[in-house]
Design a protein around this ligand. Structure first.
Ligand code: SAM
Length: 264
């Protein structure tokens, strides 16, 4: 068991799986004891990784601004940007962030601080870009917003973790890895989810995981076609009821989550 204290995720991020922590921890524990590396190809807000606190980690996400933020934290980011919950300031910072994107200067400490501010101040913690790749989330209405003044803790936590930003299939896997894959949910009857992750990507992910000679687990919404897909590839399935409620025949029932487990 990891003796390192757990840290809170530094950002608001959709799809956090903290409620799955216990189940993932049970699967990860034997490999942690062996000294395995923990790999999350869809790391998002890091809810699971920061809950598990692996000694060694490879964390990847296709969102390059998210990964720049983590890399800057790892290098020791100083919170030297004025942060106040103010609508005019929000739009000034949003403009500045987009200027940095246009000038190709977004891999910088300044862009990381702006990203942090926009994430905490924008509508619902959304991270959305227009077709030109510019951030277009409106100001969020909150009572108050608290901003972190010191990121030093994350520099220490991230010290032995590596961050990359690629499509999941390009993540370089080593023989001693354990993979936890948390893709955007499959949304039945829709070709693409809000993050542009479609059915062909769900199939591509299942095949990729199957092809790796390492232990792994995928979590997903338990739609009929996802269950069929994972069963056809001989994953061991475990069902859980999630915290999200869905409308079902006029009723509100918890959405079912599935864990597709590959034990070696
Ligand atoms: C459900 S979230 C992960 C949440 C995370 N496990 C947690 O508990 O905080 C899914 C993530 O997948 C990323 N993503 C979408 N398509 C991807 C792809 N093709 N390759 C890698 N990451 C991708 C998104 O940017 C998003 O952050």
């Amino acid at each position: 068991m990891s003796l390192r204290p757990k840290a809170r995720p530094p950002l608001k991020w959709a799809g956090g799986k903290r409620w799955l922590l216990k189940s993932i921890q049970e699967l990860w524990r034997p490999y942690e004891t062996l000294g395995s590396r923990f790999v999350e190809p869809f790391c998002g807000g890091l809810a699971i990784t920061l809950g598990l606190m692996p000694k060694r980690g490879h964390l990847n996400d296709i969102n390059p601004h998210l990964i720049n933020f983590y890399n800057q934290l790892k290098s020791g980011l100083t919170a030297n940007l004025k942060m106040e919950y103010d609508k005019a300031l929000y739009y000034t910072y949003r403009q500045r962030f987009n200027d940095l994107i246009k000038q190709n200067k977004w891999k910088s400490p300044e862009a990381a601080l702006l990203f942090y501010y926009l994430n905490h101040t924008g509508y619902n913690g959304l991270c959305r870009f227009n077709q030109k790749g510019l951030f277009n989330v409106p100001f969020g209405e909150y009572k108050t917003v608290t901003y972190m003044k010191d990121f030093e803790y994350y520099r220490l936590v991230f010290r032995d973790w590596q961050f990359t930003s690629t499509d999941f299939e390009e993540v370089l896997i080593e023989s001693s890895d354990f993979v936890y894959a948390d893709p955007p949910y499959d949304v039945e009857f829709r070709q693409y989810s809000s993050q542009g992750f479609g059915w062909p990507d769900q199939v591509r992910l299942a095949k990729w995981i199957k092809s790796l000679n390492i232990p792994a687990v995928i979590s997903n919404q338990a739609t009929d076609r996802i269950i069929k897909l994972y069963k056809s590839m001989n994953f061991e399935l475990k069902f859980l009821s999630g915290p999200r409620m869905i409308s079902c025949k006029g009723d509100r029932t918890p959405a079912r989550e599935v864990l597709a487990i590959k034990v070696l």
